[in-house]
Design a protein around this ligand. Structure first.
Ligand SMILES: [Zn+2]
Length: 402
């Protein structure tokens, strides 16, 4: 049922952009309001697009609009720096911990990519699985609707070997086309989140990545694992359920990005408990840890928001069942963390782009940027829930939802 409905929407979405866009034609989008992704608000704006790129943006009401968005609020397509696009439930509704056939796996990934795009997310970073590469490349060719994908392909952890072996694995990731290196410096939250990799291992992975120009993102819950990762030169910390004032300040001082996941992943696990329970560490003890994690996250995010100069980006850790709900993270940062709505929007757009070194490409509405443009029913700067009311999606100049 789910797959059939998906296919019907998929065909409608695929056919539409072919008819609506052409590389040569100038497309003009008019909106009552636009947020540029860096904190600026523009009124009665026209955005001009040629091919995949924005060529101008400003208060120009002359000429016909290709898409008149009326009272909607335009903004850059949202970015999720941590979404497991390949995770899914199988045909029995159970979390599929072991891969199915290659065809099944890539179709589930394509389904997740589609619902993520429809939710207004035009770029995601997947930490990561092997078939992300084929999915990433198909979407980049413009033949499959989905967000732009960056992937780690594989992960490194305490079992990845000696420092020398780890350095070799980092070089191999680069050779295989990985966009980022994903590292597990601590155990899962379902196992208490204590540090697992040694300082030498962390220095090897992040040292080698820095030497060859690759970015690093580190799963780290305990303060010790966060500290060791930051001191090893790693660039981004994920989760951080147990992050305290000391390590929050350390990340801010060292310019390390922080991606707390407080609004989607645990809520999704608890809501879908029966789909996960009994598989691996998804046992009663693991769920008890996650239940406690909700309150810990709520306390942590308030401290994180209050930490001066801490660069927080939007990432959800979207797993099976969570795809398409990515914007809940933005709402939670504001509702639970007390973050200003505009700061949360910047976290999901220009700052997230900067964390992925795409800050000259996406995340901002300005000439020269990719035309990744969405429109919301409402103004998220005053009503943050508007990020969940996505009425229009364009990615790289193609319209996928209107
Ligand atoms: Zn994750």
């Amino acid at each position: 049922m789910r797959v059939t409905a998906f296919r019907a929407v998929l065909f409608a979405a695929v056919i539409a952009p072919v008819a609506l866009s052409s590389q040569d034609q100038t497309v003009r989008i008019r909106a009552a309001k636009a947020l540029d992704g860096t904190g600026k608000v523009l009124s009665n704006v026209t955005i001009t697009i040629q091919g995949s790129k924005i060529t101008s943006i400003g208060p120009d009401n002359s000429g016909a609009a290709t898409y008149n968005l009326g009272t909607l609020t335009a903004m850059p397509g949202m970015i999720d720096v941590h979404a497991h696009v390949g995770w899914h439930f199988d045909k029995d509704g159970r979390y599929a911990a072991r891969p199915g056939t290659p065809a099944q796996e890539i179709l589930y990934s394509a389904e997740n990519a589609f619902v993520t795009l429809m939710a207004g997310f035009t770029t995601i970073q997947s930490p990561g699985q092997a078939n992300d590469v084929e999915l990433r490349d198909a979407i980049a060719r413009g033949v499959l609707p989905g967000p732009r994908i960056l992937t780690s392909i594989r992960v490194l952890n305490e079992r990845s070997g000696t420092p020398a072996e780890i350095r070799e694995k980092v070089r191999q990731l680069k050779a295989d086309g990985a966009d980022v290196v994903k590292i597990f410096a601590s155990a899962s939250i379902r196992e208490g989140g204590k540090q697992t990799m040694t300082e030498e291992q962390l220095q090897a992975v992040c040292g080698e990545a820095n030497a060859i120009g690759m970015r690093t993102m580190v799963h780290a819950h305990s303060p010790e694992s966060i500290k060791a990762s930051v001191n090893a030169g790693c660039q981004q910390i994920e989760h951080g359920v147990f992050a305290n004032d000391e390590v929050l300040k350390l990340m801010a001082d060292k310019g390390v990005y922080f991606d707390p996941n407080i609004g989607v992943v645990l809520q999704n696990y608890l809501a879908n408990k029966s789909h996960f329970l009994g598989i691996g560490n998804y046992n009663e003890e693991g769920f008890a840890f996650m239940e406690k994690g909700l309150a810990l996250n709520e306390a942590m995010i308030k401290k994180a928001v209050a930490t001066p100069k801490l660069m927080m980006v939007i990432g959800t850790d979207a797993v099976a069942g969570a795809h398409g709900h990515n914007a809940d993270e933005i709402v939670a940062r504001v509702r639970q963390g007390g973050q200003k709505p505009m700061d949360a929007i910047i976290s999901a757009t220009s700052l997230a782009a900067r964390s992925m070194r795409l800050d000259k490409t996406v995340g901002t509405l300005a000439p020269g940027y990719e035309a990744d443009i969405i429109a919301l029913d409402g103004d998220p700067a005053s009503d943050i829930n508007a990020v969940k009311r996505v009425a229009f999606v364009m990615r790289a100049g193609k319209v996928y939802k209107r």
